[in-house]
Design a protein around this ligand. Structure first.
Ligand code: PBG
Length: 325
């Protein structure tokens, strides 16, 4: 055979493969979601998220130190609000002494360089487990946005570097940006969950925070997974409204969306490798059906290859260890 082109030449040895690799995963690509609980010395396993825990602030701070030492430079905070703080207004979300606000301060004090992002949505504080305020069985948009602005400003005041609205209400990015400007938080960023789909893969997360919707589902605000063009529209709109980073969520079943958004916007794109994606890998590995470490690196590299500049993932500690060798 005389071949003009032999593709296998560039695959022949580990050295040449590494020389031509197009996508290089780094610990600085990761945002680590952390679940925070009241109390001291608390580390509660989450049944559907093997090896992941909900921790009190003191243990969360230790975790943040460890992440920093592994080269992970960003955390995304979620809290499990106490039942007695839940209502239909979300007011605990902007309590200056709330669990989130105390957690932000503790982390900023302990590891000042760590970039702290916070989840902004009412579901952990809602008696209905919905991301917004409920009236006559509906999740009302404009009143919810007012609450989200208060919540964001409160996080900024506590020291958050960036707020991450995950609620999918209309107009919230512009409103939050205005709220931050009015209160002089001119260096606080916004990572918009722009294309967040109504997904069954959020199940384990809702176990972790006890935040499953009490009635109905989230389809009147989260996107229909049948849609692709709409995601691009949402992301472009959020950028116009002032988002610094736009997110696609979930990641694994939405690689086409990640690429479409990446090709459209000129801000960094993040993807959320969500709880159900984590749980599937853990479950299959536990059965011995896949190699967990290899699956982690293949999945995360694929998300970056699809166009994610940043990846929120429960695997960030494992992946950082693997990458650090
Ligand atoms: C709620 C929120 C959810 C997630 C992040 N923020 C769940 C939901 O919308 O019901 C899911 C994260 C995951 O599954 O890992 N605002």
């Amino acid at each position: 055979m005389y071949l003009q082109k032999r593709s296998r030449i560039l695959r022949a040895t580990p050295a040449i493969r590494s020389l031509v690799a197009e996508t290089i995963l780094r610990p600085t690509d990761f945002i680590t979601p952390l679940f925070i609980d009241e109390g001291n010395g608390i580390k509660t396993p989450i049944a559907s998220m093997k090896d992941y825990y909900r921790m009190s602030i003191d243990l969360t701070v230790q975790e943040v130190k460890e992440l920093w030492s592994l080269g992970v430079k960003s955390v995304l905070l979620f809290v499990k609000a106490a039942d007695e703080t839940k209502d239909n207004t979300g007011q605990e979300a902007w309590n200056p002494e709330g669990l989130m606000q105390r957690a932000i301060k503790a982390i900023r004090d302990a590891v000042p360089e760590m970039y702290v992002m916070t989840d902004v949505a009412l579901d952990p504080y809602s008696i209905y487990g919905h991301d917004g305020i409920v009236k006559d069985g509906e999740i009302v948009n404009d009143e919810t946005v007012e609450a989200l602005v208060k919540m964001s400003v409160s996080h900024a005041r506590a020291g958050a570097h960036m707020v991450a609205p995950s609620d999918m209400m209309d107009g919230r990015i512009a409103a939050i940006r205005n709220g931050l400007e009015e209160n002089n938080f001119t260096s606080t960023g916004i990572m918009a969950y722009s294309a967040k789909y109504a997904s069954c893969f959020y199940g384990p997360f809702r176990d972790a925070l006890d935040s499953a919707p009490g009635f109905g589902d989230k389809k009147t605000y989260q996107m229909d997974y049948a849609n692709r063009t709409e995601a691009v529209k949402e992301a472009a709109q959020d950028v116009e409204e002032g988002a610094d980073i736009v997110m696609v969520k979930p990641a694994l079943s939405y690689m086409d969306i990640i690429r479409d958004v990446k090709n459209t916007v000129t801000v960094p794109v993040s993807a959320y490798n969500i709880s159900g994606e984590y749980a599937m890998v853990k479950a299959a590995a536990e059965k011995g059906w896949i190699d967990e470490n290899k699956a982690i690196l293949e999945m995360l590299t694929s998300m970056k290859r699809a166009g994610a500049d940043l990846i929120a993932t429960y695997f960030s500690k494992d992946a950082a260890r693997l990458l650090n060798g």
